[in-house]
Design a protein around this ligand. Structure first.
Ligand code: CP
Length: 340
């Protein structure tokens, strides 16, 4: 275990200090920089059991965590709700406890309801269990590993040799899309402002309430004090063409199609006209800026298909690739018993 690492569980990034971000990115970069030849696995999690407990679908997060765990020599066990005893009425807590009883050292939890990973962590602590909970996305609340891999991808873009959080200090990052329903945007707000980046939020007013201006000023009730002395600023600009003038990077978000049924959007086409990113629109930035997307993506809605396939600007492939060392770092910090 790293000496300055104090988290038993990873639930949300509002609890992360600058030291925590340095630790995760530094470790991830060491994992990413390992030679591609020779031993393909590190022994750090030998004898440990990592369980992915996904109550909601996932392609990237689940597979990336499972690959990361295998690269650290952990045993990996996989649960998915659709073919489990959840169908017979078993609760999320009893399901988690079943895997704890099988010896899980880390439970990686994705759930459609916000707060479930935290509730599980509290229950396990009360029961005196040593199992760590790693939040892999809960409701609209939090997706910490996604925000950390986004941060690492940006730091690598700005400094490929030494990609640390201070590369974000003073940068302006635009997050565009359905902010209201995005756990990724919420986690990115914590991580980017912690590293001194200024964040511009942009999207349709129905999906971007003004309350987001104060989001990082209101830490959750159990955080006695913000671990970050001075965060970057958050602003809202509803016009994308206006917002693009000042940015160093753009993070787009998946538009959740069900929002149209709720009358929060008129049409996908209208959304694309107002908030879709393409090569022509990027000219407004006046310089070359990278474009990110957490996936899954609606081609031609959040971003043009041509831009998505332009690897010189679009970092989606790198985000997926960087998810592996970031998740190796998180698993290592929670479960390794020896230093790397
Ligand atoms: N970005 C993300 O969470 O993707 P998945 O839903 O495929 O895991």
């Amino acid at each position: 275990m790293m000496s300055n690492w104090e988290h038993k569980h990873i639930i949300e990034l509002s609890k992360f200090s600058r030291e925590d971000y340095n630790c995760v990115l530094g470790l991830a970069h060491r994992f990413k920089s390992l030679p591609k030849t020779g031993a393909r696995k590190l022994p750090a999690l030998q004898g440990k059991l990592v369980t992915t407990l996904f109550f909601e679908p996932s392609t990237r997060t689940r597979n990336s965590f499972e690959l990361a765990a295998k690269k650290l020599s952990a045993d990996v066990q996989s649960f998915s709700a659709s073919n489990s005893s959840i169908k017979k009425g078993e609760s999320s807590l009893d399901t988690a406890l079943t895997y704890v009883a099988m010896g899980a050292d880390v439970l990686i939890v994705r759930h459609q309801a916000a707060g479930i990973p935290e509730q599980l962590a509290n229950e396990l602590d009360k029961l005196g269990k040593t199992t760590a909970i790693l939040n892999a996305g809960d409701g609209l609340h939090s997706h910490p590993s996604q925000a950390l891999l986004d941060l690492y991808t940006l730091a690598l873009y700005f400094n490929p040799i030494n990609p640390l959080p201070n590369e974000l200090t003073g940068k302006t990052i635009l997050i565009v899309g359905d902010i209201l329903h995005s756990r990724v945007a919420r986690s990115n707000l914590w991580s980017l402002t912690a590293c001194g980046a200024n964040v511009i939020l942009c999207g349709p007013p129905s999906l971007l309430p003004m309350e987001f201006l104060d989001f990082v000023k209101s830490p959750p009730p159990d955080n006695n004090k913000d671990p970050i002395d001075k965060r970057g600023e958050v602003s809202i600009i509803y016009s994308l063409d206006e917002a693009l003038k000042e940015v160093d990077a753009i993070m787009t978000l998946r538009l959740q199609k069900e929002r149209m049924q709720q009358n929060l959007l008129t049409s996908l086409n209208q959304y694309n006209v107002e908030f879709g990113i393409n090569h022509q629109r990027l000219q407004r930035c006046g310089k070359s800026v990278p474009v990110l997307h957490p996936g899954p993506i609606n081609r031609g809605v959040e971003m043009s298909s041509k831009l998505l396939d332009d690897r010189s600007i679009c970092l989606v492939e790198e985000q997926v690739n960087n998810g592996i060392p970031i998740r190796m770092a998180l698993l290592y910090l929670l479960a390794a018993s020896e230093k790397f």
